[in-house]
Design a binder for this molecule. Structure first.
Ligand SMILES: [Zn+2]
Length: 218
């Protein structure tokens, strides 16, 4: 879309937004939360009249193309957490009905399924939610000590341990804070503990998690 984007604040002031420099989808959500809005000015037709798009249209207008979703999510993550171990990210467009994502430990692969078999492409924020969920599995696996795991051990065979929920809630809180413009430290005080029992030797690389698994309170 060849449009110009304006951030309109509750007091009426407006700011031109460079769409290559900002995460428009996140900004639209943030603007609404503050009582403002993000509007698109579409050139042409009636003398460059500014269109204020309704909520659903705004969301659609700011949904990036699928190829941009992965880089966008990595960029968001960088704002809230420095991963000590790299992971691969696959935004898979194969339509699924129940499974939203998975984490493959041996390959350090985070996979997010972007399309629902019935409703088509899943909304961006829902995909981001799945992304954070799978990243939490990655962090639980690769750097449990970042989250002071001693008091919060992972248990074998339990897909979502107390440690997992702690990591996920930390990530979500940070993302929300960053959306409200609050600052926080990217570093977590690292406490070296013995590495938790590892299932890395498992020769099959079945997903460590399918999200959401049967009967899991996600
Ligand atoms: Zn999971």
């Amino acid at each position: 879309m060849n449009a110009r984007y304006w951030l309109v604040l509750p007091n009426g002031s407006q700011q031109l937004i460079d769409p290559t420099r900002f995460d428009l989808a996140a900004m639209a959500v943030r603007a609404r939360r503050l009582g403002g809005s993000l509007v698109a000015e579409v050139p042409g037709e009636t003398a460059d009249r500014r269109l204020v798009l309704p909520d659903a249209a705004v969301r659609q207008a700011f949904e990036p193309p699928i190829q941009a979703v992965g880089p966008l999510f990595r960029n968001r993550l960088e704002q809230i957490f420095n991963c000590r171990v790299e992971f691969s990210l696959d935004i898979a467009t194969r339509a699924t009905s129940r499974v939203l994502g998975g984490y493959y430990r041996r390959r350090r692969l985070v996979r997010v399924y972007s399309h629902d078999r019935e409703t088509g492409r899943r909304p961006l924020e829902e995909l981001f939610d799945t992304f954070l969920h799978e990243v939490a599995h990655h962090l639980e696996y690769t750097e449990p000590s970042s989250f002071q795991a001693r008091a919060c051990q992972r248990k074998r065979g339990q897909m979502h341990s107390p440690l997992f929920w702690r990591i996920l809630s930390e990530l979500k809180q940070r993302w929300e804070k960053s959306q409200r413009g609050q600052s926080f430290s990217l570093q977590i005080e690292v406490e070296e503990t013995e590495f938790f029992e590892s299932e890395a030797l498992d020769p099959t690389d079945e997903p460590a998690s399918l999200f959401p698994p049967e009967g899991d309170p996600v």
